[in-house]
Design a protein around this ligand. Structure first.
Ligand SMILES: [Zn+2]
Length: 141
């Protein structure tokens, strides 16, 4: 394991649990906070950016930690950090956008991960595969 530190933030407003008051910020007034622990600070910040992209309508249907079966006996599976529909990835055949499977890797990639990542692309070729290692901005994302 690399030295990633688990980070708990509110999925609604992105504020760290330790700094969060009882309710979310005014625009989410009345909403209860929804805390979630990410594997690392970087992954939590990537979520904050993806959530912003959702609010802008660039992506939708964002899900966290989605399991995919790799073998028919269900013994092997891969868990994606993020799955979402990206309306910016358009083509003649997919005029509305594409589904994306994204894995956040804050540095070191294990051999197990690399094998599963390759298996996923072979088994589920309908997805766009994206590796991220930083939160990224709204413009160059
Ligand atoms: Zn909040």
């Amino acid at each position: 394991m690399h030295n990633a530190k688990k980070t708990t933030i509110c999925l609604k407003c992105g504020v760290h649990k330790d700094l969060h008051f009882k309710r979310c910020k005014p625009s989410w007034w009345g909403n209860k906070p929804k805390f979630y622990t990410f594997h690392s600070e970087g992954e939590s910040q990537r979520y904050v950016n993806l959530n912003a992209l959702s609010l802008y309508g660039a992506i939708h249907s964002l899900r966290l930690q989605v399991a995919f079966i790799l073998t028919e006996d269900r013994q092997r599976k891969y868990i994606a950090d993020f799955v979402y529909f990206d309306t910016r990835i358009r083509s003649f055949l997919c005029p509305n956008g594409r589904w994306v499977i994204e894995d956040f890797k804050g540095g070191y990639q294990t051999e197990t991960f690399q094998v599963k990542w390759a298996e996923m692309q072979k088994k589920y070729p309908q997805f766009i595969y994206k590796l991220s290692d930083k939160p990224s901005g709204l413009i160059n994302d």
